[in-house]
Design a protein around this ligand. Sequence first.
Ligand code: SAM
Length: 169
Amino acid sequence: MSQTEELRPNEQAVTLAPAADATLRFIGTIHTPWRDRKDCPRQGRLDGPDCQLVLDPVWPDALDGLEAFDTIEVLYWLDKSRRDLIRQSPKSNGQTVGTFALRSPVRPNPIGTSVVKLLRIEKGTLHVRGLDCLDGTPLIDIKPDRCVFSPQAPAKPGDSDTGPQAKRD
Ligand code: SAM
């Protein structure tokens, strides 16, 4: 959805000052079979098509160790989204829901996340299944899946204060 697209019944936008964004550094580009948003899945599936995360040339060494994970988390910038809606109507039926109660690409900072299956790494290209974004979507970050990651750094006192969830971060 671009900023100029019509609102659906009862959707609500706000007037925003020009974004003074924190500076993100895109680390590469995502290649998928989808050229049009109407063809993208709403959420990726682990049995979806082979997609590629192509890292910019300085980053391949940053992948060292990642091959040990079957599933990884991918963060990306949903760059074609409008960013000014506070209420949205996913069903276009006049009923609306707050933006932060949705995983819609339309949000103030259009960050998408997916847990994907890591098929293989070839130099600076990761082959994965489980994405839902357009071909050419900018890549923000890659992390091991939090559900299987164990911290490699020594434990900190705060880890025991907050229980097992924090120990995985
Ligand atoms: N899995 C991510 C999440 O939950 O954060 C994204 C979910 S979002 C509902 C996925 C949808 O975003 C796609 O179906 C498509 O309509 C839209 N989309 C995909 N790539 C986009 C892009 N580069 N810019 C804007 N919208 C995009």
